[in-house]
Write a protein that binds this ligand. Structure first.
Ligand code: PRP
Ligand code: URA
Length: 209
C-alpha cells in the first residue's frame, strides 16, 4: 500500500496473532500473548535504530561495540496500547514512557482526547507510538498530531492489526510516519471494527466487554 507500511513477517508472530484473534482465548493468555507479540515486533522495528560506536573491554582486549544513539520514548495510546508496553520494555528497558489518552466515541467513531503526559525533550528521542488497533485511524491521527506538535520528525507507529482505511488515513496526512503491523486486515465493518480483526482490544485486555 505504501512504502512506510511494514508488515512484519515471522511464523512465531503469525501463530501468536492467531491466538489473539481467537475469541476463546482467555484474558490471561490474551495479555501475555499481546506482550510477547509486542516484544517480537520491537525486535524488527528497531532493526535500523541509530547506534553509535563505543569502545568495550572484554576480559582479553579492547574492541569496538555499539550503544543506542538516542534515548527511546514509548507512547502508548490508552488504554489498549498499555498492553504492549511491558513486552517492548523487555527489549528497551531504559525507555521512557509518555501517555496519550484517546478513546473512540462509540457512535461517531471520532477520537476523544482525555489525557496527555509526555517526557521532556521527547523530540530528541527515538519515539514509538503504540496501539494494537489501527481502524479508522482517528485515534492514531489525534496522537500523531500531538506528537508532531512536539517537534518529533521521525515517528514510528507500532500496531498489531491495521485496516486499509486506517493506514490510508494516517498516510494521507502524515506519509512519513512508519507504520509497523503484524497484519493488514481486510476492511472495517459498519461499526468501525476491523475484519477479521480480534475484537475490541481494550475490552479483551481489561475485561470491560
Ligand atoms: C481502540 C484501539 C485504538 C482505537 C482504534 O481504542 O485501541 O485506540 O480503538 O480505532 P480508530 O482507528 O477507529 O480510532 P478504544 O477507543 O476502544 O479505547 P480503549 O483502548 O480505551 O478501549
Ligand atoms: N478498536 C478495537 O479495539 N478493535 C477494532 O476492531 C477497532 C477499533
Amino acid at each position: 500500500m505504501s512504502e512506510n507500511l511494514h508488515i512484519i513477517e515471522h511464523p512465531l508472530l503469525k501463530a501468536k496473532l492467531t491466538v489473539l484473534r481467537d475469541k476463546n482465548t482467555n484474558r490471561q493468555t490474551f495479555r501475555r500473548t499481546l506482550s510477547e507479540v509486542a516484544m517480537l515486533m520491537t525486535y524488527d522495528l528497531t532493526r535500523n535504530i541509530p547506534v553509535k560506536s563505543i569502545e568495550v573491554e572484554t576480559p582479553l582486549e579492547k574492541t569496538r561495540g555499539v550503544e543506542l544513539h538516542k534515548d527511546v520514548t514509548l507512547v502508548p495510546i490508552l488504554r489498549a496500547g498499555l498492553g504492549m508496553i511491558d513486552g517492548i520494555l523487555e527489549l528497551l528497558p531504559n525507555a521512557r514512557v509518555g501517555h496519550i489518552g484517546v478513546y473512540r466515541d462509540k457512535t461517531t467513531l471520532l477520537p476523544v482526547e482525555y489525557y496527555l503526559k509526555l517526557p521532556d525533550n521527547v523530540n530528541e528521542t527515538f519515539v514509538i507510538l503504540v496501539d494494537p488497533m489501527l481502524a479508522t485511524g482517528g485515534s492514531a491521527l489525534a496522537a500523531i498530531e500531538i506528537l508532531k506538535k512536539q517537534g518529533i520528525k521521525d515517528l514510528n507507529f507500532l500496531c498489531l492489526v491495521a485496516a486499509p482505511e486506517g493506514v490510508k488515513a494516517v498516510h494521507d496526512r502524515f506519509p512519513d510516519v512508519r507504520i509497523f503491523a503484524a497484519a493488514l486486515d481486510r476492511q472495517l465493518n459498519d461499526h468501525g471494527y476491523i475484519l477479521p480483526g480480534l475484537g475490541d482490544a481494550g475490552d479483551r485486555l481489561y475485561g470491560t466487554e
